[in-house]
Design a protein around this ligand. Structure first.
Ligand code: G6P
Length: 491
């Protein structure tokens, strides 16, 4: 298998993402401070960009006037050890509300998670999405040459690839990864501009999804467009005399790093953390870790726990559930509502079953360091990963990577992309509180031998298909198309 740094190293890399890897802001004393990536994609790609000395184009979400160089759009990062260029795209408040809060997160996000009733459509969203995509496309094209690979991330940028292709006619190599699900055509065509969105994505050389089902759904959608020829078997769409490869590239996590951080968080550290939040460390622990979002099924999970303590009273006082939440998109009313629903559900269950000595559900919604988070995973007997729909869900993989004692049990929703890869998890349907509650009981009473066997097999998989392998596979797919193009040009 190719190494990510080697694969990337042969070409200049331009990453395009909505979130920036380093965010600049003013400190209280007026100096400029920088927030570093804490996890997920930005933390994963940062080392690749450091090695390739490439460019990263992202929404300048910090203080817009906290600029660090004469060229206010670009800044060398990481601070103090400058290796690559961060090109910020500055957006006005109207642009942020139309492109980010509007079309990206009120239209495409619910659409792709099959929650069409949650779509809120305003004509201005689409216009702003289009113009912001053009700005990102132009910024990426400025940083790229025909020898670059441009790697675009996610649903914020369906249309940017078209601008890049038009700006660089000799063509950089373009690959886009879609981090969320892709629905069937019957769902996708609910939006007024389905063809334009699909055509935009088909300006890439490679379009990647987490799992085969999303890939197949996308191919089905591409087949609806006039002028496309789709080979579903090979995953190829022919359009405008070009070939676009469409593939499944399941994303992984940096398993080695997570394991080593979790390994350093021993029992004493755990007891300290538990005491800080009023968790009784002598009970068994179940954990849930989510961004507060209506796709994550947190109220459904709490309903299942309520059913569990109702039907299995022997676990009252014996199992504590820790829900770690983080917040984003809070300007959108649906996100404010779901945050309130979660707090209300926690209150309800705690009032019903809590005692002076025991809080059934501990809701942690302040910041935890990676050390504390991975430590929490390590010391949890069960993880409840129960989204209603999720592109992949990396929490499932992080939990497994942090399980250094190899004796925890992962409960995983059938509706997460990760479900298709993680056979040894206990599979649950988040819509069925009774079945979900029984699975919690089964997990807690599972014999140690079976727990270890399942966890070892999951860990082997998570180590093998890690973040580095994902980067390498995608860039290799992009590299192949570059070679093919050169060969074709030389004939
Ligand atoms: C999902 C998306 C990412 C996004 C993340 C957090 O995982 O696929 O692109 O960055 O959610 O959402 P936010 O809107 O806070 O960036």
């Amino acid at each position: 298998r190719a190494d990510a740094d080697e694969t990337a190293g042969s070409r200049h890399l331009v990453v395009v993402s909505n979130r920036e890897p380093y965010q600049h802001h003013y400190e209280d004393d007026g100096s400029i401070g920088v927030e570093e990536p804490v996890g997920g994609l930005t933390a994963g790609l940062d080392p690749v960009l450091r090695k390739t000395r490439g460019d990263w184009v992202a929404w300048g979400d910090g203080d817009a006037d906290a600029v660090v160089t004469d060229d206010e759009d670009c800044v060398a990062v990481p601070p103090g050890d400058e290796r690559y260029t961060l090109r910020r795209v500055w957006l006005t408040d109207d642009e942020v509300s139309g492109y980010y809060y509007g079309y990206s997160n009120r239209v495409l996000w619910p659409l792709c998670h099959d929650l069409v009733d949650r779509i809120e459509m305003e004509p201005a969203y689409w216009d702003t999405y289009k113009s912001v995509n053009e700005s990102f496309g132009r910024a990426a094209a400025e940083r790229a040459t025909e020898d670059s690979t441009v790697w675009i991330q996610d649903y914020h940028f369906c249309l940017a690839p078209k601008t890049i292709r038009e700006s660089l006619p000799t063509g950089a190599n373009m690959v886009q990864f879609w981090h969320i699900p892709w629905p069937a055509w019957d769902t996708f065509r609910v939006v007024p501009h389905p063809e334009e969105l699909i055509e935009g994505l088909l300006a890439n050389d490679v379009v990647g999804f987490h799992v085969e089902r999303y890939r197949d759904n996308f191919l089905e959608c591409a087949a609806q467009l006039d002028g496309t020829d789709v080979d579903r078997e090979a995953g190829i769409v022919r359009i405008d005399g070009r070939e676009v490869r469409v593939g499944a590239f399941p994303m992984g996590v940096d398993a080695e790093r997570i394991e080593s951080i979790a390994d350093g968080f021993g029992r004493d550290d755990w007891v300290g953390l538990a005491e800080r939040y009023g968790i009784d460390p002598d009970t068994r622990i179940a954990v849930g870790v989510d961004r507060i979002d209506y796709t994550k099924g947190i109220p459904h999970r709490i309903d299942a726990l309520e059913t569990f303590w109702e039907t299995h009273p022997e676990w009252r006082g014996e199992l504590t559930f820790v829900q770690k939440s983080s917040h984003s998109r809070s300007q959108i009313p649906a996100y404010q509502e779901i945050a309130e629903d979660v707090c209300e559900a926690v209150r309800r269950v705690n009032e019903r079953f809590g005692t002076d000595e025991w809080t059934p559900i501990v809701h942690v919604d302040d910041y935890l360091s990676q050390r504390e988070l991975f430590g929490l995973y390590r010391h949890s007997d069960v993880a409840l990963v129960s989204p209603l729909r999720d592109g992949m869900n990396l929490v499932a993989k992080e939990y497994v990577a942090a399980q250094v004692e190899e004796d925890g049990v992962l409960l995983l929703s059938e509706f997460a992309g990760a479900h298709e890869q993680m056979d040894e998890a206990v599979h649950i349907n988040p819509y069925s509180p009774d079945g979900f509650a029984e699975s919690i009981h089964d997990a807690l009473t599972m014999p140690a031998g079976e727990r270890r066997r399942r966890m070892r097999s999951l860990r082997d998989h998570v180590r093998e298909d890690d973040l580095d392998a994902w980067v390498a596979d995608l860039l290799e797919a992009a590299g192949l198309t570059a070679t093919e193009r050169l060969l074709a040009g030389g004939q």
